[in-house]
Structure formats: structure tokens, C-alpha cells
Design a protein around this ligand. Structure first.
Ligand code: GLA
Length: 731
């Protein structure tokens, strides 16, 4: 059992392969946090906590004249409200008498085998080859009878601890939750920690930013109704000196697709509090007697060995313990061609078949019909919500079109944007009240479309019925699920005024229900997520989709940064990456090398390619398949940082057994007559010998990792190289 309760010291210690986490039912039954870091035995770490009489940091009533125990200075497992802890709180509840107070004390704990369950939200699971243990610790406020249950999932082998929270109203009257975080972690000293986050914008998602902790609340979050392009629900706290290969790193990844918040507060005594969960902005959730509120899960990982090791923990775990699709591991992903940048909405069935015929010669497996096939949809001002085939464009009907594509030996995919409605649509005309518009006000337009009120059961049922009807009508192999705006005008016509503070979260719950009924009921369809590119690229979405469109920005040089940032937490096998016309001065080979970092495909008009280009693409598709077992299942290494000035960006995939590796390099900026550059490999077997691209040269893993590979600088700018390294096992 990886969870141990020590009766004598009242400590609870969680152990994974390389880490330990400890809490203690301490003074006056407050639950104190003692430790998270490299493995320790079951010793009581409360020796770390010093207690002083601190000015202006008060003491709980029960302390009476003893002045040294202050919740303002002690590390808490779940920070409370109005108890003299003035740091950021994990909970804010408005009681039925109007008071804002929650005095949570530990009343019981439960240790069990297996992973705890969340019933309303996606969460990670124990895989086929690993086990998990769970801990529940209940904090109770005896006056209001509100109980907060802290949930911990311990994945010993994977070195992962998950956290979530359930709040139950055992009182006699309704209360309102104003803020309820999924986790709190108090560090005894945080002044030497940095925070790394993944901010961005449309077309430039998940860029990497690093900031030193100073004495205020550092706040990372989204209030756009989705996890967003602008921030990602992933944060690293690390040593100031930490880099790819060294330094303590803590990772926090929230399995949620709506508004989120991560706060890191360096307090007056240089302690650091970190909380993460649903963003409290416009959040006011009524909890009636007997009702339970579930918070989304945070997946935590720790390593002393830098960012690469931390990324590997997340990559391995998210490849096996998050996504419920068989495509995540059992089935090789197809090389696809998408109609968007080929034709935008200007296509018909004949054009699609022409593209497919040309793409067949490129070695493509799957044609995706993107936006424009439904309702009245010649531009993006109309049609959303009308999920029936536009027969002026698809004249032969969907069934026949799919048959024609299948007859070419190719599979067929289709695009949906279920959560949106156009004002100019049959759906809006029939159900204007289904759109998110505040009565008496005009809703903000974004791409001239309005969000549907996904919190409504009737809206959910409409979408489930319409989308499933299309999926069941034809032989559809792939679906791209898009959402192309941020939510504003938060309002539901189906809820009374006092429940409007629930709409943001209910939207997300409604979305998950729709996805359950569409995605989980079609296990043979490969789903890819998208939100104007990578605007909702989060673990909850990846629990449905094995792949996600990284960005609408297909420029391969920008993609180097996009892939780099995304890879800090998300495995490269989830990264939707295509070759398009974007990046005019970049050779086709470089585009292919960059797209092979992810799921690989094309997004261009194949009918315009020359015979030679078609043949080049065919070779690229075959190469992607040849390297699939390395890039989809191997360990990923960031060899250079594209955000720093340098002439090359390089990355590497290595199979788990270190027998094969694919090392990729893009030359981004060559200075005239500059120095020779070498790219040093990582992750190889130092004592083994490797061939390079099947050539006669054999080099040791040690020399490849320490001396590196010289990169020919007599090449045009934006050239790319791939080095396929194969271990020379003795016969
Ligand atoms: C979004 C997606 C694109 C494309 C368009 C269609 O922007 O990111 O790939 O599907 O929508 O409208």
C-alpha cells in the first residue's frame, strides 16, 4: 500500500516510486501539509515546522493565551476562510446566515485500493498494467455542517499523485460556493522558486514563460469559458537553476476545460502557497442540503531531474492513463489531408473527390471534409447549428461521397462545431432561447457566431441526436470537433437569476455529457479536438481525443515554438501537425520534418501539386509510418530552446528500449561564416553503438551524446535534417 497512516504521529504519507508526500492531523485537528519531494521513509516531518508568536498573525480561539500557533503561518493542506489565514484561500463559502466562513478540521480519513471516481468530470484512471491507491480526508465545519473531502490518487509506478475535492452540504439550508479549488500546496520556502506557464494567443499557443516568485499573488488563468489559447491549465514550480536535465520541478496539470485559476502566493515569511482549480470569476454555486459539488482533478508530478524528466512523467501517464480512445495506442494514426486550407468553404463533392484522388498519390489514408458541408454555409456568417448535409454542395449526398472516397481505398473524416449557432440558421430561428444571450442585450459576436447554452439538457439532446445521426449514416472514420470563439454573455434561459453564477461550470458539464454520448459511443471513430487551433488543448479534452490540433498556424518555423511549448506536458503523439502552403520560403522537406513531430498530415490543395511533389509527399507519408513506433511511443527530448537566440532547433524521439531514435534539426538562422554547430543527442545507451541513417558510420551513444553530431552549415536557411539512429546489437 502506497498510503500509510501513522497512529502515533497522526501523519499520512503517500509514496510513489521516487516521491513522498506527507500531511498531518496537527494542533486542534487542523490538517497541516508537511512535505512533497524526493522519497523519505515514514518519518514525521513536523520537525520542519517552527512556531513563533508572529505579530498580526492571529491564533485560533482554542489556543487561548498560547500565541504561537497561527494558521497565517502554518502550512495548510487545504487553506480555509476567515480563520486568521490571510493568504489566498482554497474555499470561499457563503453560509445560509450570510457569513463567509469555513473552519475545516479533519474528522476522518479513508484509505482504499484503486483510484477514486469523479462522477461528473473526466479524470485519469488506473491502466491495465498499473494500480492506484486512494486517500480521502474529510474536513468538517461543525457550525455549518459543510464537509470538504480531499481526494488523493497515488500512482506508485507512474510517480504521479492526483488531487480533487468534493464538497457536501450536510447542513439544513442552502449555501453558496464562491471559490472552491481542487488543491492547495504550501511550500515551507518558495523564495527560490520560479513559475513556468504556457501563455499564448490565437496562432501562437503555449509559448513558454518563466517568472521568479515575488511577494504577491501570481495569477495564471482563463475567464474565457474554455481553457483558452491565452493560458493553459499547466504550471511548473521549479528551482531557480532548474533546466532540462537538472533541478527540482513540480508539475500541476488541471483536468478541466472551462475557466481555471492557478495562484502562487509568496507570503510574508517566504512560504509559497499554490492553489489550482475552477476560476472563481462569476462563479456562485448553490449547494442545497444533501448536494455534493465535485472539483476537477489536478495531476501532480515531482522530479529532481529537470524539465525533461517531468515531461516524461506526464507523457507516459497521459499516454496510458487519460485517454479512453483505442486510437491512443492500439491503432496507427492515419496520414490525413484536410480540405480547409485547400478550399476553405468553396468546395463540392466533385472537388473533394479530386483532392482525394490526388492525395491518394501522396500516400494519404484519410480525406477530411472540414467546415462548409452543412446547412447554409458558404462563409462563416451562417449555418452553424444546422447539422444536415448541404445538398447543393454535396450533391450526391454524404453516403455516396463517403463511398467514392472509400472506393479509392481511403477513409473519410468530417468537421463539426457543435457548441455554436449562427443567427442565420434554422436552429436559431426555431430556438433563439438556446443561444447564450442576456435578455434585453445583444450578445457579443465573435466570428459572427453565438455560443449555445450547453448547460441545457434540450440543447445537449439536440446535438447528440443530430451529430450521431450523421456519424451513423455514413462510414465515418474521423471527426474534427471545433469551437471557434470564447464565451461571453454568460446566461442561461433555463436557470433562475440566483443560479446564473453556475452557468460557466454547467456549460462544461453539459459539454462533457454531449461528448460522452457522441465520442464514447463511437469507439471506432478517431476524434481530433480543435478550438481555432489549440485553444482548448487540455487534459480533459485529451481524455476524449487522442489528438488535438496544435494551432491554426501552420508556419513550420512558428511550429517549432508551438511544439516545444506544448511538449512540456502533452505527449507529441497528441499534437495535430500538418504540412500546408504556409511558410512559402520553407522547403517541403522541412515542413515534413516538423509535422512528423506530431500526427502528420496535409492541409493543401493536392490537385495543384506537380508529379514530383506528389512523389515527395508519398515518400514523406511512408517515412512517417516507418518512424511511427519511435515518435508515438518513444521518449521525447527538447534538444534546443527555440525561444533563445540560436541557429538551430532540434528535438529527438528515442524508443523506450533505446534501440532506435529519430533526431530532427531545423536550421533557422545561419550567420555568415559562423562557427560549426553540433547537436548533442540525449537518451541513448552510452555504451552501445549506433548507425546513422543506415550509413557506414557507427558511433557510440556516448560520443553522440557528449560530442554531438556536426550539422552541415553549407545549406540554405530553413533546411532540415533527420538522423535515424539504430543501435548495433551484437549478432
Ligand atoms: C478553425 C480551425 C480550422 C478550421 C476552421 C473552420 O479555425 O482551427 O482548422 O477547421 O475553424 O472554420
Amino acid at each position: 500500500m502506497s498510503i500509510i497512516f501513522n497512529e502515533k504521529t497522526k501523519t499520512i504519507t503517500l509514496h510513489t516510486k521516487n516521491t513522498s508526500y506527507q500531511m498531518k492531523i496537527g494542533n486542534l485537528d487542523y490538517l497541516l501539509h508537511l512535505y512533497y519531494g524526493p522519497s523519505i521513509p515514514d518519518e514525521d516531518m513536523s520537525c520542519l515546522i517552527m512556531q513563533y508568536d508572529r505579530g498580526f498573525s492571529g491564533n485560533p480561539y482554542e489556543s487561548r493565551s498560547a500565541r504561537t500557533f497561527s494558521l497565517d503561518a502554518q502550512p495548510q493542506e487545504f487553506s480555509t476562510q476567515q480563520q486568521g489565514d490571510f493568504r489566498t484561500s482554497s474555499i470561499e463559502v457563503v453560509n445560509s446566515d450570510g457569513s463567509y466562513s469555513f473552519h475545516g478540521k479533519a474528522v476522518n480519513y479513508k484509505i482504499s485500493k484503486g483510484k477514486y471516481q469523479l462522477s461528473t468530470l473526466p479524470s485519469v484512471f488506473a491502466g491495465r498494467d498499473d494500480t492506484a491507491d486512494s486517500l480521502e480526508v474529510t474536513l468538517c465545519d461543525v457550525v455549518s455542517n459543510i464537509q470538504v473531502t480531499l481526494l488523493y490518487g497515488v500512482f506508485e509506478e507512474a510517480d504521479i499523485i492526483t488531487r480533487a475535492v468534493k464538497v457536501t452540504n450536510h447542513g439544513k439550508n442552502p449555501v453558496y460556493l464562491k471559490k472552491i479549488m481542487s488543491m492547495c500546496l504550501d511550500f515551507l520556502n518558495g523564495s527560490d522558486l520560479d513559475l513556468i506557464s504556457l501563455p499564448g494567443r490565437y496562432g501562437q499557443e503555449r509559448q513558454v514563460e518563466r517568472q521568479a516568485m515575488t511577494h504577491h499573488i501570481h495569477n495564471i488563468g482563463s475567464v474565457r469559458g474554455s481553457s483558452s489559447h491565452q493560458q493553459n491549465p499547466f504550471v511548473i514550480l521549479c528551482d531557480r537553476e532548474a533546466g532540462e536535465d537538472y533541478g527540482r520541478c513540480y508539475g500541476f496539470s488541471l483536468v478541466y476545460s472551462g475557466n481555471f485559476l492557478a495562484e502562487a502566493e509568496l507570503d510574508q515569511y517566504d512560504q509559497l502557497r499554490f492553489v489550482m482549480g475552477i476560476n472563481p470569476k462569476q462563479f456562485l454555486y448553490e449547494l442545497k442540503p444533501g448536494q455534493v459539488f465535485e472539483c476537477p482533478e489536478v495531476v501532480m508530478a515531482f522530479t529532481s531531474h529537470g524539465f525533461t524528466a517531468l515531461s516524461h512523467l506526464y507523457h507516459d501517464f497521459y499516454r496510458t492513463n487519460l485517454c479512453r480512445s483505442k486510437f491512443v495506442s492500439q491503432v496507427q494514426r492515419p496520414v490525413l489531408i484536410n480540405s480547409w486550407e485547400a478550399a476553405f468553404m468553396d468546395f463540392d463533392d466533385v472537388k473533394l473527390v479530386e483532392i482525394a484522388k490526388a492525395a491518394k498519390n501522396m500516400g494519404v489514408d484519410l480525406l477530411v471534409m472540414d467546415d462548409g458541408w452543412f446547412g447554409k454555409r458558404d462563409d462563416d456568417n451562417s449555418g452553424l447549428g444546422d447539422w444536415f448535409v448541404n445538398e447543393t454542395k454535396i450533391k450526391c449526398g454524404l453516403h455516396k461521397l463517403v463511398e467514392q472516397i472509400n472506393d479509392l481505398g481511403m477513409k473519410f473524416g468530417i468537421w463539426f462545431e457543435p457548441e455554436m449557432v449562427s443567427e442565420d440558421s434554422d436552429l436559431y430561428r426555431a430556438h433563439p432561447d438556446w443561444a447564450m444571450e442576456i435578455p434585453g442585450r445583444h450578445a457579443v459576436r465573435s466570428r459572427n457566431q453565438i455560443a449555445l447554452d450547453m448547460s441545457r439538457r434540450d440543447v445537449q439532446d439536440y446535438l447528440i441526436e443530430k451529430v450521431n445521426a450523421i456519424l451513423d449514416d455514413a462510414n465515418i472514420y474521423y471527426v474534427k470537433w471545433d469551437i471557434n470563439r470564447s464565451l461571453a454573455d454568460i446566461w442561461s434561459n433555463a436557470l433562475p437569476p440566483e443560479k446564473q453564477g453556475e452557468v460557466y461550470h454547467r456549460y462544461v458539464l453539459g459539454l462533457y455529457r454531449v461528448m460522452d454520448k457522441i465520442i464514447l459511443t463511437h469507439p471506432d471513430i478517431l476524434f481530433e479536438g480543435c478550438s481555432g487551433g489549440g485553444g482548448r488543448y487540455d487534459p480533459a479534452m485529451l481524455s476524449y481525443y487522442p489528438q488535438y490540433w496544435v494551432s491554426d498556424n501552420n508556419n513550420p518555423i512558428d511550429r517549432l515554438k508551438l511544439h516545444y511549448g506544448t511538449s512540456f506536458v502533452y505527449p507529441t503523439c497528441t499534437m495535430g501537425a500538418h504540412i500546408s502552403d504556409s511558410g512559402r520560403f520553407v522547403p517541403l522537406e522541412t515542413k515534413a520534418v516538423v509535422a512528423m513531430c506530431g500526427t502528420f498530415g496535409y492541409e493543401l490543395d493536392a490537385t495543384h501539386l506537380s508529379k514530383e511533389e506528389l512523389a515527395i509527399c508519398k515518400e514523406q507519408s511512408q517515412r512517417f509510418r516507418k518512424y511511427y513506433h519511435i515518435t508515438f511511443k518513444g521518449d521525447f527530448y527538447r534538444l534546443t530552446n527555440p525561444f533563445q537566440m540560436g541557429n538551430m532547433t532540434a528535438w529527438q524521439h528515442v524508443t523506450k528500449d533505446k534501440k532506435e531514435s529519430l533526431l530532427s534539426v531545423v536550421v533557422t538562422n545561419l550567420t555568415c561564416n559562423g562557427p560549426q554547430e553540433y547537436i548533442r543527442a540525449k537518451g541513448l545507451d552510452a555504451d552501445a553503438f549506433y548507425s546513422i541513417n543506415g550509413g557506414p558510420q557507427i558511433r557510440s551513444g556516448s560520443s553522440l551524446m557528449n560530442a554531438g553530431i556536426p550539422i552541415n552549415r553549407e545549406v540554405p536557411e530553413y533546411s532540415a535534417f533527420q538522423f535515424h539512429l539504430v543501435r548495433q546489437d551484437e549478432a
